[in-house]
Design a protein around this ligand. Structure first.
Ligand code: FAD
Length: 472
């Protein structure tokens, strides 16, 4: 490709030569490093960034964005690269801005149950560093994700049924805007009725509106007592009804996860779990004071029995709890191990809890008709579950897989749900956004993007499909 002075390749080179002058030790053009930053955990094709820049401070991020804004060079923030919808794949001639070196706990306010961290810290690292304080951060996506990436995708996980998602647990942010300007949003208080809620705007914006460098997080006291339980069922319907009734009766369960018979067969083979059968299974966790935990276990056991649960095993020691939950913890890798050569995607739809049984029933019918292999696992207490679909690694296999995904999303939207409860949009879910939000709301989102990033340098062509921009 020719490199005229205004070509994207020329502009990227110009930015790189400036960056090498000021932060050369943090700039890498090594092939293996670029490959690592060319994709996340998605099916979408990878694209090599021209370089990877490792930020070590908010000032570094500001320097990179100021230069990229001036020279119109795309920048994609990179946390741990565990996102599953093509979020971190850079466009051609783009820079990958890696925040994983920014790992400090900037403030720790035990009395107020909050802390301020840099965006590259992972939630596991945070919990390890603060464990002696008796506090913890509960949002737990399956991968070893950074807290910045979790903010950017509005992540959640198994504990959302009790503690909420990133949306409920972020009090404020430091954000570098496309121009390099640094702003702070929110604060340390639990509520405030002043101004537009910019914190919520950035949480879930997937690096398209600004790059988050610091996060003020809510923390929680470690529960006095924890119990885990497992119950198997003859049918998925019985298992789902148990989970839904648990929520409808207001039992404050800390986690309730479903694995269907395909997923359980995979888990049993993967983790050598002889005591379990390949049947639909619910995994529970309860936490609080010892008496309250005991009450929750008993009430749940009663509901499971009424729904024909086949035994209900529970435990309260850490070792026994981990043993009971082992199958659930390894679910994703167990499903992938069904066939290492297969293409795999994980759907992520969510519906209001009262429609969950209907959705799961419909999805199982769709899977049967498709003839594809699929395992189901999910955060059923929130109405959210994943169908891990496997197919041949051929164009035809890929087409069948994406057709099934579309059918599943169509069902969820028809039941008042969303195409993604926690993974986000990236590239993979863009085609569903108009059906979910409506053309009017999407045009307002595009207007926001244009205002905040007029040269479209921040993770371009992600999250928003092309279309009308609201002009007032
Ligand atoms: C095995 C497995 C299990 C998973 N389970 C769950 C689950 O239970 N729940 C769930 O929610 N997700 C889950 N995920 C998906 C993934 O872990 C989450 O999306 C996670 O939040 C991504 O964090 P990350 O640090 O890897 O971000 P990345 O993948 O690096 O980035 C994700 C997006 O955020 C942007 N970004 C990253 N850092 C910043 C920043 N500092 N400022 C602005 N934008 C930024 C990127 O540009 C990109 O658009 C799972 C993934 C895997 C592989």
């Amino acid at each position: 490709m020719s490199e005229t002075p205004l070509s994207p390749a020329f502009r990227a080179k110009t930015v790189l030569s400036h960056l090498r002058e000021t932060m050369s030790a943090q700039v890498s053009t090594v092939e293996s490093v670029r490959v690592e930053h060319s994709h996340g955990e998605a099916l979408d094709a990878a694209c090599l960034p021209v370089a990877v820049v490792f930020a070590e401070s908010t000032a570094d991020v500001s320097t990179v964005l100021r230069l990229c804004h001036e020279h119109r060079v795309p920048v994609v923030a990179f946390g741990a690269g565990t996102s599953v919808e093509g979020h971190v794949t850079p466009p051609e001639h783009g820079i990958s801005l890696d925040l994983s070196r920014m790992k400090e706990i900037v403030q720790f306010n035990a009395e107020d149950l909050d802390c301020r961290v840099q965006a590259g810290l992972t939630r596991q690292e945070l919990n390890l560093r603060i464990r002696d304080s008796g506090l913890f951060f509960p949002v737990d996506p399956g991968g070893e994700a950074t807290l910045g990436g979790m903010c950017a995708t509005r992540a959640s996980g198994t504990a959302a049924v009790k503690y909420g998602t990133m949306k409920e647990n972020v009090l404020g942010l430091t954000v570098v805007l496309a121009t390099g300007e640094v702003i702070r949003t929110g604060g340390r208080v639990r509520k405030s009725s002043t101004g537009y809620d910019l914190t919520s705007l950035f949480v879930g914006s997937e690096g398209t509106l600004g790059i988050i460098t610091e996060i003020q997080l809510r923390l929680y006291g470690l529960p006095e007592a924890i119990a885990a339980a497992v119950c198997q069922f003859e049918t998925v319907d019985d298992a789902v009804r148990t989970a839904v009734e648990l929520i409808q009766y207001g039992i404050p369960v800390a986690r309730v996860e479903l694995a269907d018979e395909v997923q359980m067969a995979a888990c049993i083979a993967y983790s050598h779990l002889d005591e379990l059968r390949p049947l639909p299974t619910l995994f529970f966790e309860f936490s609080g004071g010892p008496a309250a935990v005991r009450e929750q276990v008993e009430a749940t056991e009663g509901i499971a029995r009424e729904n024909r649960g086949l035994g209900f095993t529970w435990a309260d020691t850490p070792e026994e709890r981990s043993r009971l939950w082992k199958a659930r913890h390894n679910a994703y890798w167990a499903a992938r191990a069904i066939d290492h050569t297969a293409l795999v995607i994980s759907t992520d739809c969510i519906v209001p809890i009262s429609r969950l049984a209907e959705l799961i029933d419909g999805v199982r019918q769709d899977v049967a008709v498709s003839g594809l292999r699929a395992a189901m696992v999910g955060h059923v207490g929130d109405g959210n579950f994943h169908t891990l679909i496997l197919t041949d690694p051929t164009p035809e296999g890929r087409r069948r897989l994406l057709d099934l995904d579309r059918q599943i999303v169509g069902r969820a939207l028809a039941l008042g749900g969303s195409c993604s409860g926690e993974h986000g949009v990236g590239i993979g879910k863009q085609e569903f956004l108009e059906a979910e939000h409506g053309a009017g709301a999407l045009s307002v989102m595009r207007a926001l993007k244009q205002t905040m990033d007029p040269h479209d340098i921040l993770n371009p062509r992600k999250l928003l499909p092309p279309g009308e921009v609201y002009r007032g």
